[in-house]
Ligand binder design. Structure first.
Ligand SMILES: C[S@@+](CC[C@H](N)C(=O)[O-])C[C@H]1O[C@@H](n2cnc3c(N)ncnc32)[C@H](O)[C@@H]1O
Length: 198
């Protein structure tokens, strides 16, 4: 299982944002939606071994988990994904069940990281980390990323303390969804070569 944990520092958690204004009322929900698309979608469907945890912090903290193999009614475009996140945030507020494969909870960043560490090895994607091509990456891994801003010093302290390793895709600062696409590529290549290496 490959997991991406993306922090939306300003992302709306009420579900009252406009789909035609994801950067503004959504609190950069455009980045979050594009990250989900990069993480989960192949040309003709969803990846079967990938999940995305969205830690949304622009209000009362919420963590939205999207489990690739279980998700239904999800399409790769930004508007559809943001709409599904909105629907599930609203349903959660109203105490209703979410849509298949999407689970909302009250977890904040620390809780989400601790929960992810229970069943996977943690990696913090960061420009100054170890080259991903030389990093030992096991099957069950969680990759932690910021959105338009990096993790805050407090968040970095949490990931450091829990033992997440810093890994890098190069020194250039990429968008979150680009970093996710490249990570998927690097890991796919390893799987295809069957060597566990680049
Ligand atoms: C837009 S960047 C955040 C701000 C960026 N670090 C800057 O200085 O402009 C979004 C996230 O993508 C990840 N990221 C971006 N470039 C990366 C790289 N070269 N290697 C690893 N992760 C990267 C990091 O997790 C980062 O928090």
């Amino acid at each position: 299982m490959r997991r991406f944990l993306v922090v939306g520092h300003r992302a709306n958690t009420n579900g009252d944002f406009r789909l035609d204004d994801l950067p503004g009322t959504g609190g950069r929900m455009d980045i979050i939606a594009m990250s989900v698309s990069s993480a989960l979608f192949l040309s003709h469907g969803l990846r079967k071994d990938v999940e995305v945890w969205l830690v949304l912090l622009g209000g009362v903290p919420r963590t939205v988990k999207i489990i690739g193999p279980e998700a239904r009614y999800l399409f790769p475009d930004e508007r559809n994904i943001a709409g599904m996140i909105r629907t599930n945030l609203l349903r959660y507020r109203e105490g209703k069940r979410g849509t298949p494969g999407i689970y909302v909870s009250d977890m904040d960043f620390r809780e989400a990281v601790e929960s992810a560490s229970a069943d996977s090895v943690l990696f913090y994607l960061e420009e100054d980390g170890e080259n991903i091509r030389f990093a030992e990456i096991r099957e069950n891994s969680t990759f932690i990323l910021g959105d338009s801003t990096d993790l805050t010093p407090e968040e970095e302290e949490i990931v450091e303390k829990i033992g997440a390793r810093r890994i890098s895709l190069g020194r250039k600062s990429l968008h979150t969804y680009q970093a996710i696409a490249i990570t998927n590529y690097e890991l796919d290549r390893r799987e295809e070569s069957g060597t566990g290496g680049p």
